[in-house]
Design a protein around this ligand. Structure first.
Ligand code: B12
Ligand code: SF4
Length: 451
């Protein structure tokens, strides 16, 4: 049996003016250029659970319009896509099925809308892939494939994680690799569309598994740059510290997503720096306390942290780790002043990097259900607009066009060469001062560029 692992792996934005603007602003395109070539860890993980007698090939499909016919010849294909490229995934699935190839679909979008996905597949997996995959493969081999495999009541123990098949990749194509150290996040932001939607429990992967995965990557990329594919690393500080101590011996540089609670633990920050952490991405979401009201469905944790935001950034960056602060534009408690507020916050906090995205209603999120109920989704099922850079909802305090034009204004303010350079220079000056003041002591600072 020949199994094709097909990753719809593009980055996307459909707003033409914004995309054109991006090409002229170095800061805006930097991050997208850096992440543009990440492979599908989901498919590589499932490949790691697939019996060796099954012949497998991994193929990235960044843009279906560039593909004539079918990529590769397979008996069965497992296609993975996030929402933004889901319609392309369906089109490709239909083409394969017409050619007699069996199609398997799974992932975040399929879990949110299984009935829609089932129309384009011979079998779908709802929820995490790992709990259902061995059964699905067994059924395939016995020619007894079922239409639906549901993992939702079978939370996967990350201690049993298979070794992702990084050996299936053409490593010349990728400038960084991903490893997952934890799954889930306790905060429950209304708009969050990350892996907590596959399974609601927060879990960590044992440190030994993470290090084994890293060493496997090193067989192909001796000095890899690692991006942790976690929703929120360091929720469990004990696990985080154990991981950092082990990682320090591996001499790699890495990036991850976390929350500001890391700033409350100086020991953790030092361990992170010594373990090669270059940057943490933190969702601040709004530049005002009032804007944060109701961001989470269960608690109001982020609003409660707001008064400490600036000090936390200062503390983290003072440890030689830069912060990429994320802000969501168009939230219900943010008015037309939110754009200027972000500029002011970024200037006052000296954030090294900043990422702005539009509020986006991904299917499967409480936000999607609420906006649908309030009749505020502009174009239903327009999955291609779920990019984080396109507006597909009626904002509460401004017309959609205003949100779009002010977003572009904000892009110009934040990513202009001068402002970007100013922020980076401040960070580097601080690092130089730190090194000078610690002459004679063992202080390690991580080289600050990506890729
Ligand atoms: C790495 C990454 C990327 C890589 C993707 C590489 C790839 N092909 O997987 C790149 C850079 C290409 C990328 C692009 C984009 N991304 Co991205 N990305 C991530 C990130 C950081 C990690 C994802 C990951 O590796 N998870 C770990 C793996 C193990 O989980 P998994 O992929 O979900 O797979 C598991 C299951 O879903 C299932 N499964 C998955 N596929 C399949 C297929 C089959 C057949 C089966 C049976 C099971 C199965 O089994 C796996 C094991 O359980 C997440 C954020 C995060 N912290 O999770 C955002 C995230 C996934 N990205 C997001 C977004 C919005 C985008 C972009 C739209 C950004 C943009 N404007 O371009 C594009 C969309 C691309 C697309 N194809 O639609 C959102 C997705 C929301 C959504 N529901 O769609 C996330 C959640 C970030 C966020 N919080 O908003 N991204
Ligand atoms: S903090 Fe981040 S990962 Fe956690 S629920 Fe909120 S958006 Fe999702």
């Amino acid at each position: 049996m020949k199994l094709g692992l097909i990753a719809m792996s593009a980055t996307r934005a459909h707003n033409r003016e914004l995309t054109e603007l991006g090409f002229t602003l170095p800061g805006f395109v930097d991050r997208s250029r850096v992440i543009a070539s990440l492979p599908s860890l989901g498919l590589l993980t499932l490949a790691g659970m697939t019996p060796r007698e099954i012949d497998m090939e991994y193929i990235d499909v960044p843009d279906l319009s560039d593909v004539e016919g079918l990529p590769g010849e397979f008996d069965v294909v497992a296609i993975s896509s996030f929402t933004a490229q889901m319609n392309e995934a369906y089109e490709l699935a239909d083409r394969y099925r017409e050619a007699g190839t069996k199609v398997l679909l799974g992932g975040l979008h399929v879990t949110a809308l299984p009935d829609e996905a089932a129309q384009h597949a011979d079998a779908i997996v709802i929820g995490e892939g790992e709990p259902s995959w061995p059964e699905l493969i067994g059924d395939l081999q016995r020619n007894r494939l079922q239409p639906v495999y549901d993992s939702r009541d079978r939370t996967f123990n990350l201690g049993k994680s298979p070794l992702p098949r990084f050996d299936l990749l053409d490593h010349d194509r990728y400038n960084r690799m991903t490893i997952q150290t934890a799954r889930g996040c306790p905060f429950r932001c209304e708009f969050c569309a990350a892996s907590m939607r596959l399974s609601p429990f927060y879990r960590v992967k044992p440190v030994r598994n993470v290090i084994t995965e890293l060493r496997h990557i090193k067989e192909f990329q001796p000095e890899p740059f690692i991006e942790f594919a976690d929703d929120n690393t360091f929720v469990n500080k004990r696990h985080g510290k154990e991981l950092m101590r082990a990682l320090a011996k591996e001499h790699v540089r890495w990036f991850t997503e976390t929350d500001i609670s890391v700033a409350t633990d100086a020991e953790l920050l030092t361990l992170m720096r010594d373990a090669g952490c270059v940057q943490v991405l933190i969702g601040f979401e709004s530049a005002t306390k009032a804007g944060l009201a109701g961001v989470e469905t269960r608690s109001n944790w982020k609003a409660q942290q707001f008064d400490d935001y600036m000090a936390a950034i200062d503390k983290i960056q003072g440890h030689g780790i830069s912060v990429n602060g994320c802000f969501v534009l168009g939230m219900d408690n943010d008015g037309p002043e939110c754009f200027q507020n972000v500029v002011d916050f970024v200037r006052d906090s000296n954030l090294y990097d900043v990422q702005i995205t539009m509020l986006t209603a991904f299917p499967g999120t409480p936000l999607y259900d609420r906006l649908l109920e309030e009749n505020r989704i502009i174009e239903k099922s327009a999955w291609h607009l779920c990019t984080l850079f396109d507006v597909n909802f009626q904002p509460k305090h401004m017309p959609p066009e205003f949100l779009e034009s002010q977003f572009r204004w904000l892009v110009e303010q934040l990513y202009g060469e001068e402002f970007t350079h100013e922020r980076h220079a401040k960070f580097h000056e601080r690092q130089a001062a730190l090194l000078a003041s610690s002459a004679g002591q063992e202080v390690k600072l991580n080289e600050h560029h990506y890729g």
